[in-house]
Design a protein around this ligand. Sequence first.
Ligand code: NAP
Length: 125
Amino acid sequence: MTMSEIPAIALVGPGAIGTTVAAALHEAGRRPTICGRSAHVRLTLEFDGGQIVVPGPVLTDPHGISDKFDLVFVAVKSTQTASAAPWLSSLCDARTVVCVLQNGVEQIDLFKPFASGSAVLPSVV
Ligand SMILES: NC(=O)c1ccc[n+]([C@@H]2O[C@H](COP(=O)([O-])OP(=O)(O)OC[C@H]3O[C@@H](n4cnc5c(N)ncnc54)[C@H](OP(=O)(O)O)[C@@H]3O)[C@@H](O)[C@H]2O)c1
């Protein structure tokens, strides 16, 4: 994979886990493109003692994406993977790394059919 100096990052599924990862990226100075099912102007991660506001918007139309991304985090629930497939088609090409932020095993096999030839990186949430 050839990754540019500042990788273009997208995140699909800005729920509990997705918002946490988006907030961590934001704190590290990155501006992930956020893709979801419900439109939001911003994401807010609240925790004891504070909050982190991640600028949006949360995009809801996969067909509105024109660029491919270097790194795509996917944090939809496993039962929502198929419905999120249009996002993967729009965001990914063979140079993309897709990091699956889900519980469970066999993440590579589950995501490969949707990931446009991308490398799929399983993880433990
Ligand atoms: N939450 C935890 O503490 C925790 C802990 C360990 C592991 N996990 C694992 O982490 C994964 C994510 O769980 P979660 O708790 O973060 O779930 P969640 O809060 O329900 O978040 C899922 C997000 O995906 C969005 N979504 C659903 N369908 C979509 C689609 N087709 N396209 C784009 N976005 C879509 C949902 O949108 P809406 O807002 O419209 O519903 C929601 O924002 C799961 O595998 C879970 O088992 C979670």
